[in-house]
Write a protein that binds this ligand. Structure first.
Ligand SMILES: Nc1ncnc2c1ncn2[C@@H]1O[C@H](COP(=O)(O)OP(=O)(O)OP(=O)(O)O)[C@@H](O)[C@H]1O
Ligand SMILES: O=C(O)[C@H](O)[C@@H](O)[C@H](O)[C@H](O)CO
Length: 168
């Protein structure tokens, strides 16, 4: 599958990194890890248990849009992309951009984030992710999957869906 650009999106702990890495390998395209492009001030803010706001995310999204454009052969991007406006911003860079939403409950996200010991993101911020989340279901180029399925199964679902979309 050539030139596929797909964002693995969702709240903290939904599995973006785990699914994104395997999907990129399956598709043979680079992985752009969205968290690596947050300015240091954003990471510090989250570390201090303060939620990011639209201003904090604006420069980051612009940076991610640039990064997508820098990979014309296709890429998998992990990015929370919680709000409609954020997804619109990324679609400006790649008009046919696809999004796979790893959907899970707040309780499940909390359990996963709380059980991680090697990550900067504090469990106390999980509720704010759900407050910010605007469900992408129904937007063009969006697949919603159950993030509690096995990672391999989620990757299979994404690959099948992307393959069908490429045939159209
Ligand atoms: N499908 C899955 N089933 C069970 N556990 C999973 C699944 N996907 C991810 N996990 C586990 O859940 C935790 C969160 O996953 P991961 O770090 O990939 O999420 P994330 O969305 O990238 O989170 P963040 O955005 O906060 O970095 C990890 O401990 C990971 O091993
Ligand atoms: O938009 C945001 O609030 C952030 O991107 C967060 O979602 C975190 O960075 C991420 O989930 C932790 O890895």
């Amino acid at each position: 599958m050539n030139r596929v650009h797909v964002v693995i999106m969702g709240v903290a702990g939904c599995g973006k990194s785990a699914v994104g890495a395997l999907l990129a390998a399956r598709l043979g395209v680079p992985l752009i890890e969205g968290d690596d492009f947050h300015p240091a001030a954003n990471i510090e803010k989250m570390r201090q248990a303060l939620p990011l706001d639209d201003n904090d995310r604006a420069g980051w999204l612009a940076r991610l849009a640039e990064e997508l454009c820098a990979h014309p052969g296709g890429a998998v991007l992990t990015c929370s992309a919680l709000k409609v406006a954020y997804r619109v911003r990324l679609r400006e860079a790649v008009p046919d951009l696809k999004f796979v939403h790893l959907a899970l409950s707040q309780h499940q996200a909390m359990e996963r984030v709380a059980s991680r010991t090697d990550h900067f993101y504090p469990p106390s911020l999980v509720a704010s992710q759900f407050e910010a989340l605007q469900d992408p279901a129904g937007e063009p180029g969006v697949l919603v999957v159950d993030a509690t399925a096995h990672v391999a199964r989620l990757v299979d679902q994404a690959v099948d869906w992307l393959g069908r979309a490429a045939e159209r």
